[in-house]
Design a protein. Sequence first.
Length: 268
Amino acid sequence: MDYQVNYISPELKLSCYTGKLFKTEAAFSDHLLVWLISGETKIIQADERFVFGAGSTFLIPRNQLATIINTKKDGLPHKAVAMHLSAKRLREFYHHQNAKTGTVVPSKIFSFHKHPLLESCLASLIPYFEIQDNFPENIASLKITEAISILSTIDPDIDSVLANFEDPGKIDLVAFMQKNFMFNMPLEKFGYLTGRSLTTFKRDFYKAFQTTPQRWLTLKRLESAHYQLSEKDKKPADIYYEIGFENLSHFSYAFKKQFGYPPTAVSK
C-alpha cells in the first residue's frame, strides 16, 4: 500500500506515504501539530502558501481551509508524526493553567522549524508505535499536555488560538466564497465555517449568486483555471489539484465542456 497510518491513540499517529503525491482538502475540527520526519508537505491557503521539509514542525489551527499535498523527497517517503489537539484536551490544560489568553489573533499556520523542544517531544513518541498492546491513556495525556505546554512557552500568540473554543460566527458569505472557492469541501463544512446550517447556507447562497453552490463552484474553478493557463503560463497538470479538482481527467472533461476546447489548447 502507498499509504500507511498507525495510531497509538485516537489523537496520536504516525503516517507514511510512499506514492507520488497524496492530496487532501482540510478544515480540521482539531488543531493538528505535525513533525515531518521525511518528505515534503505543501499547504495551500487562499492567500498564502507554505512548503515544509524534513525536520519541520508546524501547527494547522482548526477550521483552516487548506489544500495539503504530501510528497516524498530525496528518495525518502513522506513520513510524519501528528498530534490532534482536541477541544477537550485544551480545555483541561487551560483550566488548570488558569491562563489569560488576551486578544484573539487571527488563526494562521504556525511554523516551528526544527525547534528542539517540540522535535524531542514528538520524536519521543516513535518507539511507542511499535507497541502491539493498547497504549496507556495516561501516557498519551501526558505527551499531549507536554506538547501544549511547549507551544504555550515558545509562542506568545498561540494561547489566544488554542484557548479559543468558539464556533465560527455568521460572516459575509459572498466574500468568504469568493476567497475560498478552490477548496473541495462538503457544503455542510462551508455552511459551518460561515456560521450557517446547511439549509440556511443554500438559501443565502442562492440569494447572493442566483445559482446553486455546486454550479457556481465548478464555474468559478474553471474560470480560475482558464486565467492561470492563459495569463500565468501554467500547465494543466500543475493547477488542477490546486483549484478543487480531484484528478486531471475530470478537470479536462469539465474544462472542455465549459469552454468548448481542452485546457491544453490554452496553455502556452
